[in-house]
Design a protein around this ligand. Structure first.
Ligand SMILES: NC(=O)c1ccc[n+]([C@@H]2O[C@H](COP(=O)([O-])OP(=O)(O)OC[C@H]3O[C@@H](n4cnc5c(N)ncnc54)[C@H](OP(=O)(O)O)[C@@H]3O)[C@@H](O)[C@H]2O)c1
Length: 254
């Protein structure tokens, strides 16, 4: 049995809580949140606290709180033993207090509180300072995921950057597409099968081969017409920048 304390009450904390609470091999000893109101959703049968000096003994402390606060919170932990792992893609393991056993437990997925995710398919990137702690994190991660991967802090920084391109920027493109649809009284839902296929295609094809569209084909006439159609300066800039990047990738100049 691995005994854990979850620190944080946001998207990642709640998703990890839901995933671990149904695992026989894991006991969630406590959830910490600085704001008592945010602890309500964790209360059923589990001890909760807003007082960081009252954190209970556990094998692993998972810090699932905002990146900027990870270092400070780790310094406030007054632990005799136990391993402390944060869940951030961009914060080095060494940002955690030197006084504790340190690790990283980074689930590579986008989480929102009320959206169910299937942890079995989510890669969990782990890092620790000793073999024993690595093995412990591996054991914990393996109870919820089939993909537990050793990634060091430098690799994780780049992986997080890649994830920003693959997820955050792509989602921002969906939002731009939605704005263009709405300006023209078209329901955004009409694009959903296209969005689904775009994501499905790269499961089998490299993104380099999956690319289509006027910039890839060097259809300059279509590109000019699209630019003329765009009403907002921001949309024009994004369209030009991405078209140029695609053109450069496929060896043709705009
Ligand atoms: N969301 C994702 O898709 C995702 C994916 C992978 C990894 N991560 C990482 O997981 C961590 C948590 O992300 P999240 O999306 O769960 O964030 P979130 O939903 O915004 O929740 C942040 C949590 O941190 C707490 N917090 C902030 N400052 C604090 C402080 N000074 N002291 C104590 N608690 C503090 C917040 O408490 P209050 O409610 O009181 O503000 C809240 O419980 C981050 O390191 C993030 O990089 C996120």
């Amino acid at each position: 049995m691995i005994r854990i304390v979850i620190l944080g009450t946001g998207n990642v904390a709640k998703q990890l809580f839901d995933a671990f609470k149904v695992k026989n091999a894991i006991e969630i000893v406590q959830v910490y949140g600085r704001n008592p109101r945010t602890l309500d959703k964790f209360k059923a049968g589990i001890d909760v606290t807003s007082d960081i000096s009252k954190i209970k003994k556990a094998d692993i402390y998972i810090i699932a709180i905002s990146d900027d606060a990870i270092c400070d919170v780790s310094k406030k932990l007054n632990l005799q033993k136990g391993l402390v792992a944060h869940t951030s893609g961009s914060i080095p393991m060494t940002s955690l207090s030197k006084k504790i056993r340190r690790g990283v437990f980074y689930p590579l997925q986008t989480f929102s509180t009320n959206r169910k995710v299937y942890f079995k398919e989510i890669p969990i990137c782990i890092e620790a300072e000793s073999k024993e702690d690595y093995d412990l994190l591996h054991e914990l991660a393996s109870t919820i995921s089939a993909q537990v991967i050793q990634i060091d802090s430098d690799q994780r920084k780049s992986l997080h950057l890649a994830a920003v391109f693959a997820n955050n920027f792509t989602n921002h493109m969906y939002q731009q597409a939605q704005e263009i649809c709405e300006q023209n009284r078209i329901n955004f839902d009409i694009l959903l099968p296209l969005i689904k296929e775009t994501a499905a295609k790269v499961q089998d094809l490299s993104p380099l081969f999956a690319q289509t569209g006027p910039a890839k084909r060097n259809d300059l006439g279509t590109i000019q017409k699209h630019k003329a159609l765009l009403e907002h300066e921001n949309h024009k800039k994004i369209y030009s920048l991405l078209s140029k990047s695609i053109q450069n990738t496929y060896g043709k100049k705009l």
